[in-house]
Design a binder for this molecule. Structure first.
Ligand code: SAJ
Length: 412
């Protein structure tokens, strides 16, 4: 089977790697010339375990190639971003539409087209299907169209792409059947065949479930700071109940999924999606909560910000709440940023960041921050204080004061 994948990002590239490893011929298409050049040398641009080796080998074996233009293939998979439109929260389909139009000259009767990008409910039927119908195809008869959302956790993408169950939402039952044959090349989880709109809403709802639960944990953190209870102890105790799973509070919710997908549902049914919108607002309020507490800890001085990735052990900083926090603190404080997973000429080493700092502000749960060189920190800071918004530091020496979401009430 030959597969052409449009978009070689966090999802498109690992997907391409797995098709190539399973003896398919793969063309990976992207608009970035530099990325294409590097990929054809086997050099990848994302931090994700396992991908680099597979792509290198696939390039050598000539089963994978990257290109600026699509090619004829049996299956086309669209994995381009879908941001939300700030004014009305709806799903911005412009990249998906452009990607669909870009493959039109290469599509032949009998081909399968799969949209993996997360899209709002009804997008496949109302917006994407007409693009191919206008080009003369009859969906379900001579072209097979499906929405098959990805559901993988960054850091574990290869494992989850292979083993997670997969929703296959066909525009017609025949479309779902054809799309399932494509994923059958490497997916070992169940392939669940359904309609496109059910697949669209299921995907958005998965991330909304998580966003709402994180909002509940963040609300708990605020309540505890107000009334004088240790939020982290509450979470630990409550989670001993066999049917309770309180999530972890933090500095806000980042990434390209949880911070965006719930809006796609809200934009479709704002009158009904009350909890969904409130959860988004609660999570969006967390940077202000962090800033308020920083101000209570120190009125001015230098802050060493540790970590700007949206989640631990990745170099991905899309929608990261860290940037809003830094922007808001910059007005009153000197800020030095350290992130071992992100290359940025403005970022500094841990030594440099903590030198003469008045506060260490942990905004991301990279492993490097769970156990730091506290001797060095004690020497470089006059009065060492750490505010750990990810609640990852378990113990510090006596001379260091540690704040996390368990003891913020001490600041009242
Ligand atoms: N976070 C918290 N508290 C928690 C868990 C997470 O504050 O208890 C924060 C993280 O720090 C991060 C954000 O939420 O800023 C999102 O992180 P995440 O690990 O929950 O999710 P993503 O965005 O990396 O990946 C999600 C996953 N969805 C679910 O777990 C339901 C993944 O399976 C999806 O494939 C992915 O979105 C996607 O592409 O949609």
């Amino acid at each position: 089977m030959k597969v052409c994948i449009i978009g070689q990002g966090y999802i498109g590239l690992p997907t391409a790697a797995l098709f190539a490893r399973n003896h398919c011929e793969v063309v990976g298409v992207d608009i970035s010339e530099e990325m294409i050049k590097n990929l054809n040398k086997g050099i990848i641009h994302i931090e994700e375990p396992g991908i680099s080796d597979i792509i290198k080998k696939a390039v050598e074996l000539k089963v994978y190639k990257a290109s600026l233009t699509p090619e004829k293939a049996d299956a086309f998979i669209i994995t381009v971003p879908t941001p939300y439109i700030v004014e009305n929260y709806s799903c911005d389909l412009s990249y998906v539409i452009t990607a669909c139009e870009s493959i039109l000259p290469y599509i032949e009767k009998g081909n399968t087209v799969i949209i993996e990008s997360t899209i709002a409910p009804m997008s496949t039927d109302e917006t994407i299907k007409p693009i191919f119908e206008k080009a003369g195809f009859t969906i379900g008869e001579d072209l097979f169209l499906a929405h098959c959302p990805e559901r993988v956790l960054p850091g574990k993408i290869i494992d989850e792409l292979i083993h997670n169950d997969r929703i296959i939402g066909g525009v017609t039952p025949e479309c779902a059947k054809k799309a399932s044959e494509v994923y059958g090349q490497f997916v070992e989880g169940d392939l669940m065949l359904t309609e496109a709109k059910t697949a669209e809403l299921s995907k958005c709802m998965e991330n909304t479930f998580r966003d709402v639960n994180i909002a509940l944990a963040n609300e708990l953190a605020k309540i505890c700071a107000e009334i004088g209870v240790n939020a982290l102890d509450v979470i630990e105790m409550a989670n001993k109940h066999p049917r309770v799973n309180l999530h972890s509070p933090g500095p806000g919710v980042g990434g390209h999924c949880l911070a965006i997908d719930p809006y796609f549902i809200y934009a479709k049914a704002p009158e009904q999606a009350k909890i969904i919108k409130l959860a988004r607002d609660t999570n969006n309020s967390m940077p202000d909560f962090v800033v308020e507490n920083v101000k209570k800890i120190i009125p001015d001085g230098k802050i060493a910000v540790l970590g700007v990735s949206y989640k631990g052990n990745t170099g991905d900083d899309r929608e990261s709440p860290a940037y809003e926090i830094i922007a808001k603190l910059s007005a009153n404080y000197e800020i030095a940023i350290h992130d071992p997973h992100i290359e940025n000429p403005d970022f500094v080493s841990l030594d440099e960041a903590t030198k003469d700092a008045n506060l260490i502000l942990v905004l991301c749960d990279h492993n490097e921050f769970k156990n730091m060189d506290y001797d060095l920190i004690s020497k470089s800071m006059v009065n060492p204080i750490i505010f750990d918004t990810k609640n990852i530091i378990k113990e510090v020496p006596n001379e260091i004061k540690l704040y996390n979401y368990g003891n913020l009430y001490e600041l009242n």
